[in-house]
Design a protein around this ligand. Structure first.
Ligand code: FAD
Ligand code: 8RB
Length: 458
């Protein structure tokens, strides 16, 4: 579809996906109106001033490249080469994510990333409207109603197409759902999270290794920490909501004193680096974790959802933003290629929905891996063989983590090939306790028989 100056695309939500999509579409010549419920963070500063960071991987980076923003983002990012595992006995070990420093993930500051994207959207010609919470939609009249939460005042906006980038609690999804059911299902994980902070050291340096994603795996729960350019770390505790047979839960931690006791027992080395533990614990709420499944993402050519609004996921693969950014590039491409918005949205959904399902499932699985398997002997032997086979067959055997984080093959392909590879690794290491015990010729033969060469998407 060629944009003409009379056609306007309206986007609800100027978070990560909304701001990037606005940039991509405005640069392609569309008139873009972007509505955000919150204040302009460029004027009031980002929410609470807290340092919340996200892991940016190749999919997200590639999308930023399309918008010409990757360099600006990377100069404000901290490289994470691998997982630094902190065992219960206090020992640590770095498990690299990739083959070398070309395969790393990046810790970026959410607030600053959002500012940069908003500036880019505006510079590209998108019209930004803050204090505009989408409240109601009349799809027949094609009018959207926005509320200014400061004074409750409302405004009506006529739209031609409406794109929902308004996050997991999407108001547009709610409005679409009342017209035609989208098949919405929320599956709660039953675990929540709490954020804490490791400040800089006395000499103003990092208190722990900066170039890693830290994990304290404890079987049924865990802590992680991601570095910030300010030499702080954002620590997140993931824990069941309800305690059960010896496993702690948020419901059994009524206050900072109880939480501190848990940390003294299970995370003493982390606690030693969190001087404001009690204040952090009391000030930050317990966040909820859930997966959102929908059967449909669009209402003919009038409305479509993307990002968390379409497929919120649990955080354990660090792919929510990466996937949302990949959605933006795909949607912009389909809008460009299709004859009309209905065809564009249908093609977008057909391409992306199966991939969203795949990364949602892989994100759930990665919780088990991170919290429970990183120090398991079978798992470590399989990882060792995985590395070896990846070296021996670089076109055919690509670790699932690598396909998700450092390649752009469809998530569904990563999921399917990952399943084949896992079975192969289990078979090839059966009865083995050392890598020398593995019959490599047999493993090579399985690779050749079961895995076609992997081709990256353009
Ligand atoms: P959001 O970024 O949530 O943006 C939605 C926007 O819509 C917001 O600005 C909101 O104010 C606005 N809005 C909401 N309702 C309305 C309305 N009715 N009208 C108008 N505007 C509205 N992903 C990763 O890839 N890697 C990570 O390491 C990672 N870490 C994370 C850490 C935390 C603490 C959290 C919470 C998430 C993390 N994620 C991560 C996930 C990632 O943040 C999301 O997947 C991503 O932000 C989705 O982008 P989005 O634009 O769809 O939604
Ligand atoms: N949302 C991440 C990974 C995979 C790391 C690995 C995991 C915090 C909320 Cl939990 C988590 C990863 O397999 O070794 N890459 O990036 C980011 C993660 O959590 C983010 C910071 C997070 N997301 C609500 C809290």
């Amino acid at each position: 579809m060629k944009p003409d100056n009379s056609q306007t695309i309206t986007i609800a939500g100027a978070g990560l996906a909304g701001a990037l999509l606005a940039t991509l579409l405005a640069r392609a010549g569309w008139q873009v109106e972007l509505f955000e419920k919150r204040a302009d963070p460029r004027e009031v500063g980002y929410e609470g001033g807290r340092s919340i960071n996200l892991a940016l991987a190749e999919r997200g980076l590639h999308a930023l490249r399309q918008a010409g923003l990757h360099e600006a983002v990377l100069t404000q990012a901290v490289m994470m080469r691998g997982r630094m595992v902190h065992f219960a006995d206090g020992k640590t070990a770095l498990q690299r994510y990739g083959k070398d420093d070309s395969e790393v993930i990046w810790s970026v500051h959410r607030g600053r990333l959002n500012l940069l994207l908003l500036d880019a959207a505006q510079a590209a010609g998108a019209k930004l409207h803050f204090h505009a919470r989408l409240d109601r939609v009349d799809f027949a009249a094609r009018t959207a109603h926005f509320v200014d939460e400061r004074d409750g005042s409302t405004r009506e906006h006529r739209f031609e197409v409406l794109i929902g980038a308004d996050g997991a609690g999407s108001a547009l999804r709610g409005a679409m759902n009342t017209l035609t059911p989208l098949g919405e299902r929320f599956e709660s994980l039953g675990h929540g999270y709490k954020e804490l902070e490791i400040p800089p050291a006395a000499d103003d340096g990092f208190r722990i290794e900066p170039n890693a994603l830290h994990i304290w795996p404890r079987g049924r729960y865990m802590c992680i920490a991601l570095p910030n350019t300010e030499r702080t770390f954002t620590v997140t505790l993931f824990l069941p909501q309800k305690a059960s047979d010896g496993v702690p839960g948020f419901d059994a931690l009524p206050d900072a004193v109880a939480a501190r006791a848990l940390f003294e027992r299970d995370f003493p080395d982390a606690l030693a680096n969190i001087p404001d533990f009690d204040a952090d614990w009391s000030a930050h709420p317990v966040g909820q974790l859930a997966t959102l499944y929908l059967d449909r993402w669009h209402l003919d050519g009038r409305a479509v959802l993307l990002g968390d609004a379409a497929h919120a996921m649990v955080p354990f693969h660090g792919q929510g933003m990466n996937c949302a950014f990949e959605d933006c590039v795909a949607l912009a491409r389909h809008i460009h290629a299709a004859d009309d918005f209905n065809a564009a949205f249908a093609a977008f959904e057909a391409e992306r929905l199966p991939n969203a399902r795949a990364i949602q499932q892989m994100a759930l699985e990665n919780y088990l891996e991170m919290r429970d398997r990183v120090d398991d002997a079978d798992f470590l032997l399989q990882r060792e063989l995985e590395r070896l086979l990846a070296q021996r067959h670089p076109e055919r055997f690509v670790a699932r983590y690598t396909m998700v984080s450092f390649r752009r093959v469809p998530y569904a392909t990563a999921f399917e090939r990952g399943r084949i590879q896992r079975e192969l690794l289990i078979e090839a290491t059966r009865g083995c306790s050392h890598i020398e015990d593995v019959d490599l010729a047999a493993a090579d033969a399985m690779v050749l028989a079961r895995l076609e060469p992997l081709h990256d998407s353009a």
